[in-house]
Design a protein around this ligand. Sequence first.
Ligand code: EPZ
Length: 435
Amino acid sequence: MKKTYYNFIEGVLFVLEKLVIQGLNTLNGEIAVHGAKNSALPILAASILNGSKNLLYNCPRIKDIDCAVKILNRLGCATKQNGSIISIDSYSLSGYDIPESLMAEMRGSIVFLGALTARCKKARICYPGGCEIGQRPIDIHLEGLRRLGVIIDEEHGMLNCRVDKPLTGAKISLPFPSVGATENIMLAAVTARGETVIGNAAAEPEIADLADYLNKCGAIVRGAGENTIYIQGVAELHGAEHTIIPDRIVACTYLCAAAITGGSLLVKNMNPLHIEAVLELFEQSGCRMMTEPDRVHITAKKPPDPIHTARTLPYPGFPTDIVAPMTAIATIADGTSIFVENIFENRYKHVAELIKMGADISVEGRAAVIRGVDRLYGASVKATDLRGGAALVLAGLAAEGTTYITEMPHIDRGYECIEKSLSSVGAKITRLCTP
Ligand code: EPZ
């Protein structure tokens, strides 16, 4: 019988959880990757556009998806979740405002804005929450929507949006290939009048997956996955079935788990073409990588070689979401590694926690210099954000002794039961509910 402790603060029930990791176990075996969080989120938002029945397969069972489903329900859509299958009937959509509590839970909530204004001709939301990895403004989102004809009044952190005249296609060139802004503009443009061209668009695989779903709904989107996207507005969309692409960041995290423990893993249900920049870094660290269309086999070198200089870039460059997991590997490399983060201002919040475990890291602005040490040591650490939390799990796998990780909701936002997945390939990791 699992003992569960409860904490009451002002009458609110909290179950405090922590991961407990016994380190120095080499990981070996096969591990499957779940669907992509950053693809499922915009596609769930897009489902409100067609006012019909939709069926999504391979949705990850994670907190951010739960939040997106809560938003859909709050807006009046009918949803049903059965494991990784989510059905959404957006015919009954009746609301146009998203409460602050739900907007604050994740950054991905902002992508409901484009779909809401297109479907309801109005929307009322506040600024989104999510990982505090930077200031994360939404100016590019708002400018793009305004170019299509959305009237947006910003007042005390609230966005009051309305559409007085039918949305009309426009030629929009983004100052930065923002993933979320590209998605928001796509969702507002697919039923706008005329053509929309998005220049300097984000080219991430999740953008192409969103376009694939939209085209199944009857939209006309061309060029997604490239830097210019062409959208021919249509009068209406219909429901569709779609399978979410694999989560490339989770796939890389599992590969990091093999690399940091000197193990050998077959990572399945993934697309190696989505992580080519990362595969090169694994090879630089001495790992042997064998790829097939839907899987990668990694055999690690112990200790890993250092990564001379890894600079993050928009896709297809080295992804910012993998910096934190890669810094964990670098802490035990036999030399000095350097990471330069060019996307977010604050990707190193987890470094202080790694230093508690014996890592030798110095951060100068956007650069992290990591001098490899012989050994990390288990400690009590806390997850500071989603991918920083994943980095601490990886460090715990390689540390001598026991590591305790709290603030688990950060990790559960993007990883499906991380302890179960890693235990299946030899990690000694459990989740405890503690007072
Ligand atoms: C998406 O965030 C992902 N989140 C992030 O993943 C990912 O790290 C990021 O893209 C980059 O690939 C989701 O898809 C839900 P951006 P997003 O807009 O859309 C600046 C994870 O761990 N910017 O491409 O917020 C911004 O400040 C998360 O899964 C503006 O200045 O990223 C940042 O410096 C973390 N104004 C840069 O652009 C804007 O209006 C990239 O942001 C929008 C963005």
